[in-house]
Write a protein that binds this ligand. Structure first.
Ligand code: IPM
Ligand code: MN
Length: 357
C-alpha cells in the first residue's frame, strides 16, 4: 500500500516524540512492504516565528493532500505568559481542527499490566479498565462567538454553541463505536444547567432509538469525573462536548499511569490527524527525556484508522507494551531502581523490536 503522510512536529517536545513515532512507522512499513512517503510542515509557535501564522496555508495544503497527519504538540511558554499576544500557537491547532473538519477526537484509555503500579489509583480499581472517550472537537466553548472582553476590560465572555447537526454526527459516531465494542455508551453533559447539554441529551435520546442493542446512560460531567476515578471499568464508550472531553481525558491519563501514554485520533471531513494528548511540555524540550509512547501509539492508531492496517498497528502496540515489560521506559513511568531510558533509546528499542518480530 502507498501511504502519504504529513508530519507536523510542532513545538516543545513535539519534534522529539514525533521523530520516534515516524521511525516506528518507517520500520513497520518496511517490514510489511508498504511505500511510505512523508513531508514535514510547520504548525504552532515555530510556524508563527517563521511565517507569522500558527497554521500556514502551505501546512494546510499539505494536510489536505495527505492521507493522514502525524502531529506532535503546540504551545510555548512565551505565549502562555503573555495573555496580550493576539497571535497564539493554540490558534494553529484550532484552525487545523476547524479547517480539516476534525469534529471527533477519539481518545482510548487503557491500562498496561506492567504500569498499573504507576497509577495513584488502586490496582484493583483500574486493572483491565478499557474505554474510549469521544470528544467533540470543533464546537462548544472553544469556537463559540462572541468571545472577548467588554470595553473597560473588566468583563470577559465565552459562548457555548452547539447545533443539532453537530451533536447528531458525533453521537451517531459514538453509537457506531459502541456497537463495535461492548455496546455501552455514556453520554456526558451538564443538562441540569446548560441549554447546549439539554440539546445534547435530546438528540442522544433520539439517536439511541436507532441503536437498541446499545445500553445508553446519561451522566452529568461532575459525576462522570468522579466515577472515572472510582469505577473506571464501568465505561465502554463515552461521548461528550469539547471542553468536558478536554478535561476528562487528562483525568483519564491518570488511569493509564502517565500523560505520556495517551494517543488520539481526530477524524472528520478531510484528512485525519493523529496526536498524543499531552501538550508541548516545554520544560523537557530538547532534553531527550520525554515519553515518546503516546505519539508512537498515535502512529499505530494512524495505521489502523486511516489505512485499515490492523496487523501493522498491532505490532507497534505490542512493541510498546514489550518496551514497558523490558523496563526500557522514560523517567515518567520508570519503576523505582530502574534507570530511565531517553526518548531516543525508547524509540530505537521499539524500532529494533518491530524489525525482530
Ligand atoms: C488537547 C490540548 C488542546 C485543547 C490545547 C493545546 C489547545 O489540551 O488537545 O487536549 O485544549 O484541545
Ligand atoms: Mn487537553
Amino acid at each position: 500500500m502507498k501511504l502519504n503522510i504529513a508530519v507536523l512536529p510542532g513545538d516543545g517536545i513535539g519534534p522529539e516524540v514525533v521523530e520516534q513515532a515516524l521511525n516506528a512507522t518507517i520500520a513497520v512499513c518496511e517490514k510489511f512492504n508498504h511505500e511510505l512517503n512523508y513531508k514535514h510542515a510547520l504548525v504552532g509557535a515555530c510556524a508563527i516565528d517563521e511565517t507569522g501564522n500558527p497554521y500556514p496555508d502551505a501546512t494546510h495544503e499539505l494536510c489536505m493532500q495527505s492521507d493522514a497527519v502525524l502531529f506532535g504538540a503546540i504551545g510555548a511558554p512565551k505565549y502562555d505568559n503573555d495573555p496580550s499576544a493576539t497571535v497564539r500557537p493554540e490558534q494553529g491547532l484550532l484552525a487545523m481542527r476547524k479547517k480539516l473538519g476534525l469534529f471527533a477526537n477519539i481518545r482510548p484509555v487503557t491500562t498496561f499490566p506492567s504500569l498499573v503500579h504507576k497509577s495513584p489509583l488502586r490496582a484493583d480499581l483500574i486493572e483491565g479498565a478499557d474505554f474510549m472517550c469521544i470528544r467533540e472537537l470543533t464546537g462548544g466553548l472553544y469556537f463559540g462567538r462572541p468571545q472577548g472582553r467588554s470595553e473597560d476590560g473588566n468583563t470577559a465572555y465565552d459562548t457555548c454553541v452547539y447545533s443539532r447537526y453537530e451533536i447528531e454526527r458525533i453521537v451517531r459516531l459514538a453509537f457506531e463505536y459502541a456497537m463495535q465494542r461492548r455496546k455501552k455508551l455514556t453520554v456526558v453533559d451538564k443538562a441540569n444547567i446548560l441549554a447546549t447539554s439539554r440539546l445534547w441529551r435530546e438528540v442522544a435520546r433520539e439517536i439511541s432509538k436507532d441503536f437498541p442493542e446499545v445500553e445508553t446512560e446519561y451522566l452529568f460531567v461532575d459525576n462522570a469525573a468522579m466515577r472515572m476515578i472510582q469505577w473506571p471499568k464501568s465505561f465502554d464508550v463515552m461521548v461528550t462536548e469539547n471542553m468536558f472531553g478536554d478535561i476528562l481525558t487528562d483525568e483519564g491519563s491518570v488511569i493509564t499511569g502517565s500523560m505520556g501514554l495517551l494517543p488520539s485520533a481526530s477524524i472528520g471531513a478531510h484528512t485525519s490527524v493523529f496526536e498524543p494528548i499531552h501538550g508541548s511540555y516545554p520544560q523537557a524540550a530538547g532534553k531527550n527525556i520525554a515519553n515518546p509512547l503516546a505519539t508512537i501509539l498515535s502512529a499505530a492508531m494512524m495505521l489502523e484508522y486511516a489505512f485499515g492496517l490492523k496487523e501493522e498497528a498491532e505490532l507497534i502496540t505490542k512493541a510498546v507494551a514489550a518496551s514497558m515489560d523490558a523496563n526500557v521506559v522514560t523517567e515518567d513511568i520508570a519503576s523505582e531502581g530502574v534507570k530511565p531510558s531517553s526518548t531516543s533509546e525508547v524509540g530505537q528499542w521499539i524500532v529494533n523490536y518491530i524489525k525482530a518480530n
